[in-house]
Design a protein. Structure first.
Length: 338
């Protein structure tokens, strides 16, 4: 019996819906705060030098355009370390056999860089970090809601965000900086300190989220707020309710990059590198006519949020909708001196 070949035109389902950018996000979060069993020291290869260790990592810059070389190649990340002035270039691939473009290989090799992959299927000419795929899968499972929200927002399809945030800043210098920013540009922005707690929160911030900047001074001058501050009197110096337009970027050059900085000699020395952009929905400035007793406004999670935000230099802190509404209503109805 003769057999014949049956011709067909297959239309297969795309079973690789994720592009390499997702690996970039995974590695970035792993360097800054994500763990779930993944050891940070294994995210950077040994043998690059005593200064090149995760314990000395100061700043991670994604796709730094200032480092684009003559061939047009721009590495996926530039890593900056304490006590080490040059940056370390990093390339991210699904597997090591994908790392084959000559200009990429030469650049990483000549600049003390390294490769990060989920599967090392061939040897390469540069140091290589291999991360077990299960860590990527677990990260995806934990972060899928935030990631899909970011993706929808980037296409302008997102629903109205329900996320609410507080940035509590004590003292007049912070207020002066905010007003100086507001008076100098129509594109409003703010920068957060280069600390691990900051990055953990800022990567959860999404476009269209709402945030209240609360500027206040305490009637007690202690450097740090205690856990329970409900019995304290405060003077509200001002507030601003804003809506996020760009939830995260790094700015290293130009007037905005230096807006909150003092003299900087090296990128790794920068203190204010994590930026957000926003529109101001409502605001009011001027000291309240009388002090506000915090326990009339702050209870439960808001008490903890004010303490956490203030004691960490005014970092982003999530708050529930009900607490946001209470705080918003109080600050908007409290008389103040103009």
């Amino acid at each position: 019996m003769n057999s014949k070949t049956i011709r067909s035109q297959k239309k297969s389902l795309n079973r690789n819906p994720f592009n390499e950018k997702l690996l970039h996000r995974f590695y970035l979060e792993a360097l800054y705060f994500y763990s779930a069993g993944l050891q940070k020291k294994k995210l950077i290869p040994d043998g690059l030098g005593d200064e090149i260790k995760t314990s000395k990592l100061k700043l991670v810059v994604p796709e730094d355009s200032s480092k684009t070389n003559q061939s047009g190649y721009r590495q996926d990340f530039s890593l900056y370390f304490e006590g080490y002035k040059p940056y370390i270039p990093v390339e991210i691939k699904w597997k090591s056999s994908d790392f084959k473009a000559k200009h990429q290989v030469e650049y990483i090799k000549n600049n003390n860089g390294f490769l990060v992959v989920l599967y090392k299927d061939v040897e390469v000419e540069v140091p290589c970090v291999e991360i077990e795929p299960v860590y990527f899968q677990e990260w995806m499972a934990r972060r899928i809601f935030t990631l899909t929200g970011d993706s929808l927002a980037s296409k302008g399809i997102s629903a109205e965000s329900s996320n609410k945030w507080l940035v509590a800043l004590r003292g007049e210098p912070a207020l002066d900086n905010f007003q100086r920013m507001r008076d100098s540009t129509k594109q409003y922005f703010w920068a957060f300190a280069n600390k691990s707690f900051v990055t953990r929160q800022i990567f959860n911030l999404q476009k269209n989220d709402k945030l209240i900047f609360l500027f206040f001074k305490s009637r007690k001058d202690s450097m740090a707020l205690k856990k329970d501050i409900g019995n304290r009197n405060i003077d509200i110096l001002g507030w601003a309710e804003v809506q996020i337009t760009d939830p995260y970027y790094i700015c290293l050059e130009g007037e905005q990059a230096d807006f909150f900085e003092t003299q900087i000699s090296n990128v790794s020395d920068r203190q204010w590198v994590h930026f957000i952009d926003f529109n101001i929905l409502d605001e009011e400035f001027g000291t309240t006519n009388k002090p506000i007793l915090l326990n009339t406004v702050i209870e439960g999670s808001l008490n903890d949020s004010v303490v956490k935000s203030t004691n960490n230099g005014g970092v982003l802190t999530p708050i529930p909708q009900s607490v946001y509404d209470t705080l918003s209503g109080t600050i908007k109805t409290t008389p103040r001196e103009v």
